[in-house]
Design a binder for this molecule. Structure first.
Ligand code: NAD
Length: 284
């Protein structure tokens, strides 16, 4: 796959949550576009496998264990990027969680520990990642940040209070940081996906829970019977592939997006503007 594009030639990119799903697809697409990739995660087995795949395809990558709950891990990952590849230009704060059995529960039924854990991984994890990387991007003379937020940070989703709050926090952080770092030639954006076919959906049975809550038909991301191809209406009812989100990150960190800063790019086939989440009853 390496060598299929040149959009990130000469760049070094760090990706958190790179062992699976969106992070994995982003690392692979970035490598195929010429970037040297530093994949980080807490899943060391699949992180190492990712690096093997990128190298087998002719790309360059290393894996560094980094829990986004631990600032020192992220500082060490940034240092590894500079030691191995000489610089860091791009950083994707992607790692996140829906919080296991927190999904679908009313806010008052979550323990404080559950709430804090979700917000700590999803929002504070992005803060720690960006904070650790800012000095390196300054040393590189500028660069680009992106993060994987969610449409849950833009619209109401019953049973996902902590998750929604954490993702809304990323969207606000991105706006403020874009303003703060513009003078350093660093752009800051995020992607807001709808449903994506990854472990995160499968492990928590999130879609089944949301469908069970739906009063008036399936919510965005529900499986459809026939392969929808590129039919825009059918796609509204279908979860995205991880590569759909990875390509949005690719655009946001590439020079093609030089005029895009502080933005939240929704990638959901239009399901949010069609109000497909709002079928969830308010008392759930
Ligand atoms: N799947 C969806 O429907 C969906 C929708 C919108 C947004 N998102 C967001 O996309 C991002 C990626 O999720 P995904 O769907 O690819 O899920 P995934 O479960 O396939 O991948 C998440 C990765 O993050 C890693 N991770 C979890 N906690 C971590 C921690 N503390 N430190 C470092 N790594 C950690 C996991 O090990 C895993 O490799 C998340 O931020 C998620 O909230 C997902």
């Amino acid at each position: 796959m390496a060598g299929t594009g040149t959009r990130l030639d000469g760049k070094v990119a760090l990706v958190t949550g790179a062992a699976s799903g969106v992070g994995r697809a982003t690392a692979k697409i970035f490598a195929a576009e010429g970037a040297k990739v530093v994949g980080t995660d807490i899943d060391d087995v699949n992180g190492a496998a990712l690096v093997d795949e990128i190298k087998a395809d002719g790309g360059e990558a290393i894996y560094v264990h980094a829990n986004v709950r631990n600032y020192d891990d992220l500082v060490a990952a940034v240092a590894a990027a500079e030691e191995t590849f000489g610089r860091l230009d791009i950083c994707i704060a992607n790692a996140g969680t829906v919080g296991g059995n927190a999904v679908g529960r009313p806010m008052e039924d979550l323990s404080e520990e559950q709430w804090v854990t979700i917000v700590d991984i999803n929002l504070h994890g992005v803060y720690r990642t960006f904070r650790a990387a800012i000095p390196a991007l300054r040393r590189a003379g500028g660069g680009a940040f992106s993060s994987t937020a969610s449409i849950a940070g833009l619209t109401g989703v019953a049973g996902q209070s902590a998750y929604s709050a954490s993702k809304g926090g990323i969207i606000a952080l991105v706006r403020s940081l874009a303003y703060q770092l513009a003078g350093d030639h660093i752009r800051v954006n995020c992607v807001c996906p709808g449903g994506i076919n990854t472990n995160l959906l499968a492990e928590t049975d999130l879609m089944a829970i949301l469908m069970a809550q739906a009063a008036d038909g399936p919510p965005m991301g529900a499986p459809v019977e026939a392969a929808p191809g590129a039919d825009p209406v059918a796609l509204m009812n279908q979860a995205a592939d991880p590569e759909d989100i990875a390509n949005a990150h690719l655009y946001l960190v590439s020079d093609e997006a030089r005029m895009v800063n502080g933005q939240s790019l929704v990638v959901d086939a239009g399901s949010m503007v069609a109000n497909m989440w709002l079928v969830v009853p308010r008392d759930q």
